[in-house]
Design a protein around this ligand. Structure first.
Ligand code: FES
Length: 134
């Protein structure tokens, strides 16, 4: 399975004038750069703290989650953008082997079975993948 490198991202902040909400947008990549069975990591800031997320594509569906295991709050990968199991069918924590469904983030096997990865809001617009923070 091919892996993708981390990317440098551009930031866009939008102001919804009606509701006075700031929405931060990070350009993750061109949608076509997120290939079937691959993932791409990116960083974002939440509560002044740097966080890591990843997007991936499986069975033509895109998914995006925080890169944090639900067993112990450490990254799912070892910093190497390796999120899929050896068959490329499910997401797997590299530390203790928790298995997560790519489309829902639900942990179906392992020490945190029944809990779910934190989903991230990703949007595809005109061929570009964006992450939107709240
Ligand atoms: S830290 Fe992920 S399964 Fe234990």
């Amino acid at each position: 399975m091919k892996k993708s490198a981390n990317r440098t991202h551009s930031w866009h902040c939008m102001l919804n004038a009606g509701m006075m909400n700031f929405v931060a947008r990070i350009r993750i990549a061109l949608a076509e750069e997120i290939k079937e069975g691959e993932t791409l990591k990116f960083t974002f800031t939440r509560n002044t703290k740097s966080q890591e997320g990843f997007v991936g594509r499986l069975h033509k569906k895109l998914f995006a989650y925080e890169n944090t295991c639900r067993h112990i709050p450490i990254t799912l990968d070892y910093g190497d953008n390796h999120f899929f199991d050896t068959k490329g069918e499910v997401l797997m924590c590299q530390t203790h082997g928790a298995v997560y469904e790519p489309d829902t983030g639900l942990c179906t096997r392992g020490p945190c079975a029944g809990s779910s990865l934190h989903p991230l809001k990703s949007i595809e617009e005109e061929g570009v993948m964006w992450f939107e923070s709240d």
